[in-house]
Design a protein around this ligand. Structure first.
Ligand SMILES: NC(=O)c1ccc[n+]([C@@H]2O[C@H](COP(=O)([O-])OP(=O)(O)OC[C@H]3O[C@@H](n4cnc5c(N)ncnc54)[C@H](O)[C@@H]3O)[C@@H](O)[C@H]2O)c1
Length: 339
């Protein structure tokens, strides 16, 4: 279930050579999720001690099963809104959240709680322990953006009471909380606004599925691909290794304290083109069906990454076709076929 391309891990180890990770203690909240499990894996490969905390609401025990024999890996099944942690990590990647639209639309209160109460707990821990912290925000804080490519300086165009507000507005509050800790206590924290990321371990099933991974599952099962709207809306898709590289740079490079970065791939893709590409790559007999566009679903998502390019030398290198091929391959090898 959890074996991912060796070449991806090797590349990440090489790229992060200059960062002092060995023997440092890390807390990864949401560590059994898609991005979190990759972070755990790469940090352990670099001889760090990793505390992985997750309530397994959208994360999967399978994502970290292979790490549990490693003595430097400690997994705690904990809901961060309910229990405070007695740890003193050097670094914190705070990822715990409920980012899948189907899931957060069904669980608005839990989504608000993990983003607000959960984030407050983790910021307090970072303050007490004097840890360096990275908070993963989202492109959703921009709402229905009107500026493209969207820079960090854009304030957003968000419906504060719409169905998606449980996610986007609470992530906006997380940013505000994090900045308040930075301004009040000098907390060594940075905020990264992630745009759509994909790769092995991104769930495509049930409530947790996101468009790209759901298309893959539908396609390998020769089921119709479901598109909301006519598919002309765009997203920019960043392959997981490029994103993990960006997360490591954001935490370890100097001059990132108190900063906000967009991280993502600056290439825009129409959802219809993504669906067709996946059908082609999987040799599928699937057709495309169209459903009504959900309320407040943004029509475009395109990051301006000039700041991350300049300060972090961050630039995604993986082409969509290559990343998709690896992701499809992983889904097939892991019999990850259920919808
Ligand atoms: N993947 C993307 O494209 C993307 C885009 C924008 C932002 N992000 C952000 O990146 C972070 C990681 O996203 P992901 O794609 O890995 O999602 P994910 O759902 O795979 O991971 C989130 C993890 O948080 C855990 N979690 C949720 N509530 C919790 C709680 N109360 N206590 C403890 N753990 C809890 C879940 O079980 C899950 O493992 C999230 O904060 C998300 O908002 C991701």
């Amino acid at each position: 279930m959890s074996i991912i391309a060796e070449s991806d891990i090797t590349l990440l180890i090489q790229n992060s050579k200059k960062f002092r990770i060995s023997n440092k203690e890390f807390l990864i909240t949401g560590g059994a999720g898609f991005l979190g499990s990759w972070l755990c894996e790469i940090l352990l490969a670099k001889n760090a001690k990793v505390y992985c905390v997750d309530n397994l609401s959208s994360g999967r025990a399978e994502n970290i099963k292979h790490l549990r024999t490693n003595k430097s890996f400690i997994f705690k099944k904990i809901d961060i809104t309910k229990k405070s942690l007695n740890l003193k990590p050097d670094y914190i990647f705070h990822l715990a959240s409920r980012p899948s639209p189907d899931d957060y639309l069904k669980n608005p209160l839990k989504t608000i709680n993990v983003n607000t109460d959960g984030t407050k707990q983790i910021l307090e821990l970072a303050r007490r322990a004097d840890s360096k912290l990275l908070f993963t925000s989202t492109s959703e804080v921009y709402g229905e953006a009107t500026v493209f490519p969207t820079p960090e300086s854009y304030f957003g165009n968000v419906n504060p009471s719409g169905p998606r507000s449980c996610y986007d507005e609470s992530k906006r509050l997380c940013e505000s909380l994090s900045m308040a800790y930075y301004r009040t206590y000098g907390l060594d924290m940075r905020i990264v606004r992630l745009f759509n990321t994909y790769g092995p371990r991104l769930r495509g099933d049930g409530n947790y599925g996101r468009a790209l991974s759901r298309f893959i599952l539908q396609s390998v099962n020769h089921k119709n691909l479901t598109i909301w709207g006519r598919g002309k809306q765009t997203r920019s898709f960043c392959y997981i290794t490029d994103m993990i590289d960006g997360l490591l740079r954001s935490l370890f490079m100097k001059t990132t304290k108190g900063e906000i970065f967009n991280l993502g791939n600056p290439k825009e893709t129409r959802i219809i083109d993504l669906a067709k590409m996946i059908i082609k790559l999987t040799n599928s007999k699937s057709k495309i069906t169209y459903l009504p566009l959900p309320e407040n679903d943004p029509l475009r998502r395109l990051p301006n990454i000039n700041k991350a390019k300049k300060l972090l030398s961050f630039y995604p290198k993986t082409k969509l076709e290559d990343g998709l091929s690896k992701t499809i391959q992983w889904n097939l090898e892991n019999n990850y076929r259920s919808l």
